[in-house]
Ligand binder design. Sequence first.
Ligand code: SAH
Ligand code: SF4
Length: 375
Amino acid sequence: MKTVFNQESVNLLGLNQKNLEEFFVSIEERPFRAIQVMKWIHQRGISDFSQMTDLSKELREKLENNCVVKAPEVIYEKTSEDGTRKWVISVGNKDLIEMVLIPEKNRATLCVSSQVGCAVDCSFCATGKQGFSRNLNLDEIIGQVWVAANSFGVPRSPNDRPITNVVMMGMGEPLLNFDPVVDAMNLMMDDNAYGLSKRKVTLSTSGIVPKIDDLGKVTDVALTISLHAPNDELRNKLVPINKKYPIKDLIDSVKRYVEGCSDKRVTTIEYILIEDINDSLELADELCELLTQIDCKINLIPFNPFAESKYKRPSGNRVKRFQKHLQDNGYVTTIRSTRGDDIMAACGQLVGQVNDKTRKKERAENKLKIKTKTI
Ligand code: SAH
Ligand code: SF4
């Protein structure tokens, strides 16, 4: 189907390469202009068409009259004591999302949101507790990478890549917003845009099994599974989508995904540790047994507390005990360091802010919808 453009104000940040090519054809230009403009926008961080000097003056004027390069609006920015940076971004209608940049020695990992809120409603997650408002569009997802990269200075040179890794681990369940997330990840990996390798773009999912299969048909980015429990009885309580897609189906879909990748893959298993809920050594044993089926490494995330939750983070010793047990059974097991929790930027603390009561109610209703709806 041919894309119809409203030429009044096309936001070029929201177009993938194919749509950008179609756009140029629609304004009677050659399709290769798409790549030139992608480089200006994503590689160099330029939004002002007059600076796109390899385009004719006539085309620059045409673009100025018909288009914008508009990222969602940053309304708050803060840097934590440990260097972690958090941005709160407005996407209209009082909807807020958050993104977090974690600088380390030789890399900078950006944690990107895919939805406003989340309907999956995991029992330990602050985003889930906020309910679901809406899916983000491509411009709002790739706009987060654009904003973070531009915070290092504009214009960038094409070889200057300040963001080295992206994890789709901010607010939302990325596989429930499939097309814009895939388009955004493609731009992240495109040499004419952010140039990240497919191993440095990670999609984390609570386990939407048919969508993992769909993902395998269109890409082979790194996959992380938010498992959190080794048996269905416990996982049903922590990650309610498990009632629909139980652990066996999930593991089978991971096997299919990995088989479809063009190179050898080790899947990351995320396991949040909550005191007296899922941190016993019996459960560690069960986890070891379950994971013999796939080639994986385990990332333990000590639970990050937030106001509405009664769960507790286990002591450091208990976390290490669980880790050692997995390691003794041959699993590479890391503990995720809690970065940025002084600015509420740690995992599961990303909530945006929902102040008004009607919005809160709407979001809670959306949360209920997913429980009754077939995905
Ligand atoms: N929806 C996707 C991606 C976003 S959540 C998913 O669930 O995988 C990103 C990670 O943060 C997940 O592994 C999730 O389990 C974890 N997380 C959520 N709430 C948390 C909390 N309160 N403390 C620690 N980690 C949490
Ligand atoms: Fe959604 Fe992930 Fe939070 Fe679960 S952990 S509610 S899937 S964002």
